[in-house]
Design a protein around this ligand. Sequence first.
Ligand code: SF4
Ligand code: SF4
Length: 201
Amino acid sequence: MAKSAGRKPGAKKNTGKIRISRVDPGVGEHNGLFDEGCYGCACEDECCGWGCDVDYATYKLILRHRALIEPLIGAKVEDCFATALKKDSDYIGGAFRETAVREKDELCAFHLRGKKGCSLFYLWATKKLPKRIVPTICRTYPITWHRGRLFIDTPLKKNCKAKEKAPKGVKVPSLYETQKKEIRALFDIPEKELRKLKGIG
Ligand code: SF4
Ligand code: SF4
């Protein structure tokens, strides 16, 4: 199953940010992706092995910038999805598609070929494309959401940076702290829930 949020219909349509009403305390307590995060650890992008859900807003940007993406992944964008577009108000833009996993390296079809990293993150960083070209779930992972709840997608992958032991005597920042910028950009969270996190962090 892909890195994903909830799938059942019911939540309010939201084309801007995803509405959150409850944040699990673990988000502010669990060690985060500290130092260089996913790049600064033994993990070989393990969570990309599931593929991911692509929000409709992201999907439209992927189609618009396909000429830049396709040479990086060696495939046509049409061949990079495992499911059809499905309406779901839990996603930015009100729908999502699930990416395919490549047979050759068992990674998401949008992963760079033969090296660490994601083609969508890469294009955002090097070509100044809007950050929304990266799926929401990939910007916040291992923090995820489902019908108004923000939580950690456990169990974490074996080599996930968030599982790494902190050096003795060093307090590492929490997942909320290391993902804060993305969480604030993508989710609409009530002040009272944020205050709980700020209190922890
Ligand atoms: S879109 Fe990028 S970060 Fe997300 S699962 Fe695919 S390769 Fe990984
Ligand atoms: S498993 Fe953890 S460290 Fe590895 S790419 Fe995913 S979030 Fe980053």
